[in-house]
Ligand binder design. Structure first.
Ligand code: G6P
Length: 616
């Protein structure tokens, strides 16, 4: 994610930018920095600190930007390069002339870096973003007629996503910005005042008049006015919009809660997890984070997945994925239990630690125990540079951005996506996939985010069902095979935020006990998609209906049979079975959310729970 702010105008630019960064801290908070021209001379200053914004504010005490010069700032959520002062933004070029902040991922940064280093550029950080600043410098050295043009030409060489704001000591009262895939909007104030930021929350207190940049658009801002143009240098005429949100509303992107916002981020989170890893033309999966241990991975005989909470349920889905795609036996262990199991792994075992925060104490201890027993360890972690990420031998980051709501939603989906990539990759190195099959799988992965958007359109239908059932005291959640863990996750979400007792079961198991509970007062949520276990799951629905139990079903679009058993049906698009939990879990997350809202609980901060549990 990351938050970006840039300011040009008559106010104290430093204070506008740091306040803006404060508003954007929810987008990332592992390090922060600003670039500006100091009061006394025109030399650019770059000040960066590690940790929350407060450290930056302390470092900036007494510092002032020269009147009417531009200021840029950044609050970071690391993707490439651990959170350090060096890796914090803004980045500055070799000649100390160009400064820049970036949100997004430059996919071809390694190649660009090599080429720039060959030309004599000196890099100071390990980030992908730094290539941008050197590229602009290069374009100016090669005769680009203006700052705008230098950035524009630089972007022709770049693959990936970006929201960029750049500053140059040659044009200290001008900001140049560009967008592809990462949000950027411009607040237009009075007397040539502009604030450019990743979202409205950094802008709202200064002006209500905003201009949204679209993909492949750029803007130059100075006290003389602004110009929007595209990467081919065509001028673009852009309307401005009046936005009337409070600061809090704008941080949540207009959603009433972070949880709902994060559920709506799922399509983007999927694309971020796949970016640079699915190479369609070459028909391969490229996992840079575990490439270095590929040889060792090829000789692995067994996998143990360790995790807690929601991440554990993602791990259960991982078990089916690895077994199907890589023909490896998999065990999934609660990290809090695994750590007490001596002699259960050895050098032939791969231990996969799944953790959103990368700080969960039980998972961290499980990794340490696995290493002690000689196992190879990898992490699937969202927070770059976190303890688990540092402890494992190799790993893959989710790139899902900060998850603020305590109940995990987007991170869960991202974990399944990465597990599926990992399983397919393991299958590849074990020569398991014919070319055609690989092609079909990659195509299905790339279609996922679009299908998720279709599921999100069902939100109102889910809300209606939640309204009907929110007073129930108990719930059952059922699913089979890949969607048994989906059911478990659905029941956990409901417990966590609505405090309703809920149990998840494999659909085939209800006849062995839980069916005794069924009557008209206990609703059952069933994931019954048109997959290899469809008929058997439908049998479970029939058994419940025969005992007057209300049933809510997540069904495949176009299913005509399910509506004959219940009118509470939520449809999801057809998708291959191994990827179906990614779509099927969304209605369950939305259901838990709406039930909690109807019950009036504190959705984003449920009682007794913490986002990251760093105690054992
Ligand atoms: C806590 C959170 C859960 C989370 C679990 C594991 O219990 O409340 O939402 O699933 O920790 O967290 P991790 O960061 O390791 O994925």
């Amino acid at each position: 994610m990351c938050g970006i702010v840039g300011y040009i105008g008559e106010k104290d630019g430093m204070s506008v930018v740091t306040k803006g960064l404060e508003r954007l801290e929810y987008r990332g908070y592992d390090s922060a920095g600003v670039a500006f021209f100091a009061e006394k001379n025109a030399e650019p200053c770059v000040i960066k600190t590690v940790g929350r914004l407060q450290s930056l504010k302390t470092a900036l005490r007494g510092k002032k930007a020269k009147e009417k010069t531009a200021v840029i700032g950044h609050t970071r959520w690391a993707t490439h390069g651990v959170p350090t002062k060096q890796n914090a933004h803004p980045h500055i070029g070799c000649k100390k002339e160009i400064m820049l902040v970036h949100n997004g991922i430059i996919e071809n940064h390694e190649l660009l870096r090599e080429a720039l280093v060959r030309e004599g550029h000196i890099f100071r950080s390990h980030t992908d973003s730094e290539v941008l600043v050197h590229l602009i410098e290069r374009m100016l050295a090669f005769g680009a007629p203006s700052f705008e043009d230098a950035l524009r030409q630089a972007l022709h060489h770049v693959r990936g996503t970006f929201g960029i704001v750049a500053l140059s000591s040659r044009w200290p009262s001008t900001l140049v910005a560009a967008r592809r895939g990462s949000p950027l909007l411009v607040g237009i104030g009075k007397n040539g005042e502009y604030i450019i930021a990743s979202d409205i929350s950094a802008i709202a207190e200064h002006t209500k008049r905003v201009l949204y940049l679209d993909d492949n658009e750029m803007i130059s801002l100075s006290s003389k006015g602004h110009r929007v143009f595209d990467i081919a240098n065509n001028t673009v005429s852009k309307p401005t919009t009046l936005v009337d949100w409070t600061i809090e509303e704008s941080q949540k992107g207009g959603f009433p809660h972070f949880m709902l916002k994060e559920i709506h981020e799922i399509p983007d989170v999927i694309d971020n997890a796949l970016r640079g890893r699915v190479l369609v033309k070459e028909n391969i999966i490229k996992l840079g984070g575990i490439e270095a241990i590929q040889k060792k991975l090829a000789s692995i005989k067994r996998i143990v997945i360790v995790a807690c909470g929601t991440s554990y349920y993602a791990g259960l889905i991982g078990k089916y994925l690895f077994e199907e795609m890589a023909a490896l036996p998999v065990e999934v262990a609660y990290a809090s239990e695994f750590r007490y199991a001596p002699h259960v792994v050895d050098k032939d075992v791969l231990v996969v630690a799944v953790s959103q925060s990368g700080e969960t104490a039980d998972t961290l201890e499980a990794v340490r125990e696995a290493k002690k027993q000689g196992a190879l360890t990898i992490g699937i972690v969202n927070v770059v540079g976190s303890s688990i990420a540092r402890e494992v031998h190799a790993g893959l980051y989710n790139h899902a951005g900060p998850e603020i709501a305590v109940a995990s939603t987007k991170a869960f989906v991202s974990q399944i996506v990465i597990l599926s990539l990992c399983a397919a990759y393991m299958g590849d190195i074990r020569n398991m996939h014919p070319k055609k099959e690989r092609e079909a799988f990659l195509k299905d992965l790339l279609a996922l985010s679009h299908k998720c958007r279709a599921v999100l359109k069902e939100s109102d239908a889910v809300k209606k069902i939640a309204k009907k059932f929110y007073t129930a005291d108990n719930f059952l959640f059922l699913g089979r095979r890949y969607n048994w863990p989906t059911a478990l996750e659905g029941s956990l979400k409901l417990k966590e935020i609505s405090y309703i007792h809920a149990e998840g079961y494999p659909a085939g198991e209800i006849k062995h006990g839980p069916i005794a509970l069924i009557d008209a007062s206990i609703p059952t949520f069933v994931v019954a998609l048109r997959d290899s276990v469809y008929e058997k799951t439908v049998s479970a629905i029939q058994e419940i209906r025969a005992r007057k139990g209300p049933v809510i079903v997540v069904a495949s679009a176009g299913d005509a049979l399910i509506p004959t058993y219940t009118k509470h049906v939520i449809s999801v698009p057809q998708v291959r079975e191994s990827l179906s939990p990614i779509l099927a879990v969304i209605p369950l997350q939305l259901f838990a959310y709406y039930v909690a809202v109807f019950r009036g609980t504190d959705v984003d901060k449920p009682r007794n729970l913490a986002k990251s549990v760093t105690v054992e």
